[in-house]
Ligand binder design. Structure first.
Ligand code: NI
Length: 195
């Protein structure tokens, strides 16, 4: 996908879907959710808007925060626990109690970009230099269904862009330069064998 696709996504469903559409095709026990590793198909599909914030979804969010902290991540998107939903959690210091959940996020990206190294809990052992917007505005809904909108810069802006990519089925491997992708080819083949 192009870097600008998230902005262009029509947002006319953003409020209506929060009222009464079904949340997900399947609703597994949140306690059974684990981190899904590439090349699981859910990681490369576009996730659906969250329809309803209910007790199940709140438990999913708590589980995601727990998994993020226990794997020392700074963000985790719902597809990474096998759920094709537009939702992610993020915390700069990998602490569950500091993590915020963003539901049906929409990002506006500033034109200024910068490159930095990223890793991904669904791509263990792989890191790469990724170009991201330096500043963004992150909008969406909090766990109470209240609209949120916050300017982010630097590392938190990078986390939000990485996690939002997951909701469009985009992973860091597709954002790496071709030469960097060749360099990680062996590691990717190992992950394919593990699945
Ligand atoms: Ni990731």
């Amino acid at each position: 996908m192009t870097r600008n696709r998230a902005i262009k996504r029509p947002n006319r469903n953003e409020t209506s879907v929060l009222r009464n559409k079904p949340t997900a095709p399947s609703r597994p026990d949140p306690q059974t959710l684990e981190i899904v590793i590439w090349p699981a198909p859910v990681l490369t599909q576009r996730a659906q808007d969250v329809g309803t914030i209910d007790a199940w979804l709140l438990q999913v969010i708590e589980r995601m925060k727990h998994l993020m902290e226990s794997h020392e991540g700074v963000g985790l998107a719902a597809p990474q626990v096998g759920l094709p939903l537009r939702l992610f959690v993020m915390a700069e210091k990998a602490k569950a109690e500091q993590a915020v959940a963003v539901i049906n996020p929409v990002l506006e990206l500033d034109s200024q970009t910068e490159e930095a190294e990223e890793g991904c809990l669904s791509l263990p052992g792989i890191r790469g230099q990724i170009m991201r917007a330096k500043k963004i505005t992150l909008s969406g809904y909090d766990v109470k269904g209240e609209p949120i909108s916050m300017p982010l810069e630097g590392f938190p802006a990078r986390i939000a862009q990485h996690e939002n990519d997951h909701l469009d089925g985009v992973l860091i491997i597709s954002r790496m330069a071709p030469t960097a992708r060749i360099a990680i080819g062996k590691k990717l083949r190992e992950l394919t064998k593990l699945s």
